[in-house]
Design a protein. Structure first.
Length: 241
């Protein structure tokens, strides 16, 4: 592989250290009792804000069985009382990590609104029928892309990827029904903690965190009834910024 060194364009250390903004006056006195009501409102506001592109983009952090962490952006595709849903490749690095260690973090970085939401929770694969239903709504070229990519595996060259895409496109031409790849599907993250952060003046930011009264037990997990956040008792606590 050859590397393009390009033109050097960089900020000095002094420029980086001087990068700061003063945050606003609008604070968080309190939030609704149901964290998902609060989240849906913030997502809506982020989506309406022209300065925020892809308001549903979130940083997913996973840990593998040895405790090695990795983060990447994924897109939120559904949020309900049962959790936060995204789609990916089950044999990707994140997929393998979730398989051995289902505890994950989702972070929404809505900087243009001086806001951040961090969700800790347990990721579980969604049902095959739900995955298939969603896959069928994707544009054809994304469906073919899902077949072409052996996500997270080493790749010799871009040509190899494009060849794989072409052969999948020949197999399922535009207009035909593209089946869901067996190792592609959705995950739903059931929240155990949801923290809302709002930037305030003088670095006196607001941090309000919903915490579940019951903690997740690795051996037992949650029983079905506990997955429903509307039935769950959440405690809302304020933390030092
Ligand atoms: C804005 C944005 C949205 C993305 N959405 C997804 C997504 O929904 N699902 C996904 O698997 N990868 C998505 N990616 C790519 C991932 O960040 C990542 O590169 C890929 O999933 C491989 O990660 P892994 O090797 O750690 O498993 C997105 C990247 C960006 C920048």
């Amino acid at each position: 592989m050859t590397l393009d060194t390009g033109m050097e364009k960089k900020l000095t250390s002094a420029e980086i250290s001087a990068m700061r903004r003063s945050y606003g006056d609008d604070g968080l006195e309190t939030l609704p009792a149901d964290p998902l009501v609060a989240f849906s409102q913030w997502l809506h506001e982020a989506h309406e804000n022209p300065l925020i592109i892809e308001a549903n983009a979130m940083v997913l952090t996973t840990a593998d069985h040895e405790g090695n962490l990795s983060s990447r952006t994924v897109l939120l595709k559904d949020v309900s009382q049962h959790g936060f849903t995204f789609f990916s490749n089950y044999s990707s690095r994140k997929g393998l990590a979730i398989h051995s260690q289902p505890q994950v973090t989702l972070l929404f970085p809505w900087y243009a609104q001086e806001r951040q939401v961090i969700i800790n929770g347990i990721a579980q694969q969604i049902s095959r029928s739900e995955t298939e239903e969603y896959f069928a709504t994707r544009p054809w070229n994304s469906q073919i892309g899902a077949w072409a990519s052996r996500q997270s595996a080493p790749l010799e060259s871009r040509t190899e990827l494009e060849e794989r895409w072409k052969s999948a496109a020949e197999k399922w031409p535009e207009g035909s029904v593209v089946p869901t790849p067996p190792l592609w599907g959705g995950y739903r993250v059931m929240p155990t903690e949801i923290e809302f952060w709002q930037g305030r003046y003088s670095r006196l930011h607001d941090r309000l965190r919903y915490e579940r009264s019951r903690t997740y037990d690795h051996n037992v997990g949650y029983d079905e009834g506990n997955l429903d956040t509307s039935k769950e008792e959440w405690e809302l606590k304020r933390y030092y910024p």
